[in-house]
Design a protein around this ligand. Sequence first.
Ligand SMILES: Nc1nc2c(ncn2[C@@H]2O[C@H](COP(=O)(O)OP(=O)(O)OP(=O)(O)O)[C@@H](O)[C@H]2O)c(=O)[nH]1
Ligand SMILES: [Mg+2]
Length: 299
Amino acid sequence: MNEKMKQRCGYVAIVGRPNVGKSTLLNNILGMKLSITSRKPQTTRHQILGVKTTDETQVIYVDTPGIHQRRGTAINKYMNRAATSVLNDVDIIIFVVQVKKWTEEDQAIIEKLVSVNCPVVLAVNKVDKLASKEELLPLIGDLASHYDFTEIIPISAMNGMNVDVLEEKISTLLPENAHFYPDDQVTDRSMRFLASEIIREKLIRELGQELPYTSTVDIDKYIEEDDLVRIHATIYVESAGQKAIIIGKKGARLKSIGTAARVDISKMVDTKVYLNLWVKVREGWSNDERALRGLGYSE
Ligand SMILES: Nc1nc2c(ncn2[C@@H]2O[C@H](COP(=O)(O)OP(=O)(O)OP(=O)(O)O)[C@@H](O)[C@H]2O)c(=O)[nH]1
Ligand SMILES: [Mg+2]
């Protein structure tokens, strides 16, 4: 008689300083674009769950904002809280660092890891940037001196190198548990939320260094019709100057942000999308706890 295989399920936090490739890693694992990514640090602002179920194993990954040491504003504090609050609530931690770029911010995270009591796997990302693989061995030796990692795995989240090895390791560390989510569920986030994230990604990518962290996107209306999703969204910025930059000459920039966002949202919801974007000034929103909560930044 075949005994039913034991199910495994658990939470795995993906943490690290900004820009090391955490969201890229989550997307590679899931084989789809769930979490937004960009060349700019501090792209991810919220915890995002990505659920991967394979046969008897369900891994619930938690992508987090980069833990950083910029002091000050309410939004920076919110992002650090969103990242560090998971550390004591998960079964396994993947600590992502960038190969050959160990910084003070990485060191500060190590200090937070000292008090956790779950396995910590170190993912050394962006190894595709190395000129030769021979460089890796001594680097791994150095990294091992920072913490008693359960395993150190060099990966490339961008091209998928060794990501399967990382996943295999995670599955062996998972506790026995019944699955928490239905086997076909990929995230706990709504389409409405994911749509706002896609707009934010296009905004960041379109504006590059011109616009710092003072814009956010709020969905005013998300209406599902028979063969169309109708979305009205507002981009909030902190000054009239920023508003002018986003709108661009004769509205050209806003138009291209909107087009890029509409294409991606349409792919995600698998139907036609009508997207109406507004830009409004709301001075000081990023340093105002109440304004932040009103704009979706609440735990
Ligand atoms: N060469 C290379 N680039 C990578 C790799 N993984 C991620 N990147 C790039 O690194 C940049 C940051 O990636 P993200 O996934 O947004 O990084 P993150 O850690 O989620 O950043 P925050 O959300 O800001 O904390 C993007 O430009 C990625 O394309 C990799 O394996 N190799
Ligand atoms: Mg990210």
